[in-house]
Design a protein around this ligand. Sequence first.
Ligand code: NAD
Length: 266
Amino acid sequence: MFRDKVAIVTGAASGIGKEISRALATRGAVVVLTDFNAETLAAAAAEIGGGCESHLLDVTDAGAVEVLVRSVAEKHGRIDFMFNNAGVALFGNTRDTSLEDWNWLIDVNIRGVVHGVMAAYPIMQKQGSGHIVNTASVAGLIPVPGNTAYAMTKHAVVGLSESLRSEARRYGVKVSAVCPGIIETPLVQTAKLVNIDREEAMSQAKLKLASPVDLAEAVMRGLERDKGRIVFTPIAHLAWRIYRLSPSIFDRVLDLLNKRNPMLPR
Ligand code: NAD
């Protein structure tokens, strides 16, 4: 399924993108790692090895994404997978966030994905094949107080992925959304916290972090089965199931949890 396939991964220098790149390379794919952090990108490419390519790319730059995707398609004659994975996160009381915070999240998490889709989809349509894989989050499936702006961006990514999945099928193009729970990546430490003490919040949150390696394996299995939503971690699955069963019960549970939510200062 992945051998000799051409895959572009954004945000590939770290965390989930790096492990997805490694899982693809291990399976014999030609992987093009991209990221806007030159230092971590070079380190990730060296670590994965196996003839993977790396290119500096800021996903907020529509023109640069278009050029990169076109140049990969020209060089390799095709694009089989486009992983729109780069993302940033923010926690806090919405009252304390600024418009710059919202625009930052929209630019990277929504526009970044749109740029990747708009660059790769026409090429895949012409080929009559290809798979677009957008990293959303379980926060794109359920409400997450204290994480509202981020949750909005991830709901947008799920909406884009599911609508396009149905639209793209007739052209032989597949679309999936990856919806992870909390994964042990640098994002957990680098997420912007507004009006929150990081140390205190982390110790109160007592997060159970899942491995990005296990997530990458789940993504590979999900793609093999052409799943539209790849939801990962049992807790993420449970939360999504309860929310689907009864949004009002879920809302009441959130009310209880909000009293001690370290990401939601009063
Ligand atoms: P990470 O910080 O380890 O990796 C994100 C990568 O994206 C970094 O290498 C960073 O340099 C890159 N990046 C950020 N802005 C960029 C830009 N404008 N252009 C190009 N690259 C950019 O984080 P991660 O946890 O691996 O996150 C990957 C994706 O998974 C994100 O979309 C995130 O929202 C999503 N996600 C993460 C978790 C989690 O718990 N870690 C849970 C659900 C969803």
